[in-house]
Design a protein around this ligand. Structure first.
Ligand code: FMN
Length: 335
C-alpha cells in the first residue's frame, strides 16, 4: 500500500510534514542541500533580528549625516551609497541562493518584538524569493508597568505590520506564556497570521558560580518537551483558521506521529538534527511512513487531528482533569 505523506502548510504543499526548523543547520546553502537530500519537507532559515536591521539603518543614517557635515557636496553623494554586505544583505542573498539551490519551500525568519519601520524588510524577503515568512516574536515582559493587555496588543500590532508589508504567508512563532493562549491564537490569526508555530523555546540564562556571572545557557531539547506543543495543537486544531506547526522536542518518528495526530500540519525539528545530523530527517520520514503502513493510514491528511481535543474520546485529557489524574497516578518507591 502506498502512503501519501503530503501536507499543506501555509498554503504550500510539502512532500512530507518534517520541516527543518531555524537553526545553524539552515544557515548555509550546503547544509540546506543536505537537508533536502535527506528528504525534508521545507526549511526555515535562521532569523534575521530586528536589532540587526535597525542597527544597520542607524549606521547608514549616521554615515550620511557625518558626510553632510564634512562638506556640503558630500551630502549629494551619500544618499546614493548602498550599505554593502550588511547582515540584511547577506540574509537576502541567502534567501535567493536557497531558492535557486532547493526545490522544497524556503521560509525566511524574522525575529523581533516591536511594531515599526524594520518590518518593511518583509517585502524584501518576498522579492528575494521566500515562499513564506516565520515571524518569531521573542519578548519578555520584565517591566512591571507593562500589562498583559499591552503586551498582547504589541504582538498583534507587530503581526499586522509584517502582514501589511508583504503578500506571502506569515506564520507567527510565539512562546506559550499567555494567560489565555486559545484567545491569543485566534487574535493572532485575525491580525494576519496564516500559521502558528508552537512554541518558541526561550533560552533561559544561568548563573555561573565560578565566575559569578550571568550567562546565556542553550540546552538542546529532549522528547519530554514535546507535550507542551502536543497539548496546545490538540486544543487549537479545528478552532483556528490557520496552519499549525509544532516545534520543541520532536526527536523520534513517534514524536512526529503524535503531533500529527494532535493536529499539526508540520513538525519542525532542530535539536534532533543538531544531535544526529541532517540524515536524521530520513529516519523520521521513513519511521512515520512505516507506522502509517502498519496502522493502515493512507495519508497524513487522514491522520491529522484524529486525536485532537475535538476528535478524541476524552477531551478532558487535554485540560485540568488530566492534571488531577496524573498526580494521583504518580508512584515512587519512596512514597
Ligand atoms: C542553536 C539554535 C539556534 C536557533 N536559532 C533560531 C533562530 O534563528 N530563529 C528561530 O526562530 N528559532 C531558532 N532556534 C529554535 C529552533 O528553531 C526550534 O524552534 C527550537 O530549538 C525547538 O525545537 P527542537 O526541540 O527541535 O530544538 C534555534 C535553536 C537552536 C538549538
Amino acid at each position: 500500500m502506498s502512503v501519501d505523506l503530503r501536507s499543506q502548510y501555509l498554503g504550500l504543499e510539502l512532500a512530507n510534514p518534517v520541516v527543518a526548523s531555524a537553526s545553524p543547520l539552515t544557515r548555509s546553502v550546503d547544509s540546506l542541500k543536505r537537508l533536502q537530500d535527506a528528504g525534508v519537507g521545507a526549511v526555515v532559515l535562521p532569523s534575521l533580528f530586528e536589532e540587526q536591521i535597525e542597527h544597520e539603518e542607524m549606521a547608514t543614517h549616521n554615515l550620511m549625516l557625518a558626510g553632510t557635515e564634512l562638506s556640503p557636496e558630500a551630502g549629494g553623494f551619500f544618499p546614493e551609497m548602498q550599505p554593502h554586505d550588511t547582515g540584511a544583505d547577506r540574509y537576502l542573498k541567502l534567501i535567493g541562493d536557497a531558492r535557486k539551490a532547493l526545490s522544497v519551500p524556503v521560509i525566511a525568519s524574522l525575529n523581533g518584538y516591536t511594531p515599526g519601520g524594520w518590518t518593511r524588510i518583509a517585502k524584501q524577503f518576498e522579492e528575494a524569493g521566500a515562499h513564506a515568512i516565520e515571524l518569531n516574536v521573542y519578548f519578555l515582559a520584565a517591566d512591571p508597568a507593562d500589562t498583559g493587555a499591552a503586551v498582547e496588543q504589541r504582538y498583534l500590532d507587530l503581526v499586522a505590520s509584517v502582514r501589511a508589508a508583504t503578500r506571502i504567508p506569515v506564520a507567527v512563532k510565539v512562546a506559550p506564556y499567555f494567560s489565555a493562549m486559545a484567545s491569543m491564537a485566534v487574535r493572532l490569526v485575525k491580525a494576519g497570521a496564516s500559521g502558528l508555530v508552537l512554541f518558541n523555546r526561550f533560552v533561559q540564562p544561568d548563573i555561573m558560580l565560578d565566575e559569578l556571572e550571568v550567562a546565556p545557557h542553550l540546552v538542546l531539547s529532549t522528547s519530554d518537551e514535546l507535550r507542551l506543543a502536543l497539548r496546545w495543537i490538540a486544543i487549537l486544531h479545528g478552532r483556528v483558521e490557520a496552519s499549525l506547526a509544532a516545534t520543541g522536542g520532536a526527536h523520534t518518528p513517534d514524536d512526529v506521529i503524535k503531533v500529527l495526530l494532535a493536529g499539526a500540519d508540520c513538525v519542525m525539528v532542530a535539536s534532533s538534527l543538531l544531535k544526529k545530523g541532517p540524515q536524521h530527517v530520513d529516519a523520521l520520514v521513513r519511521g512515520v511512513e512505516a507506522w502509517m503502513r502498519e496502522r493502515d493510514y493512507e495519508s497524513v491528511a487522514q491522520m491529522k487531528g484524529s486525536l485532537s481535543q475535538q476528535s478524541c474520546p476524552d477531551p478532558d485529557a487535554f485540560e485540568r482533569s488530566n492534571y488531577m489524574k496524573a498526580l494521583k497516578s504518580y508512584s515512587s518507591e519512596f512514597a
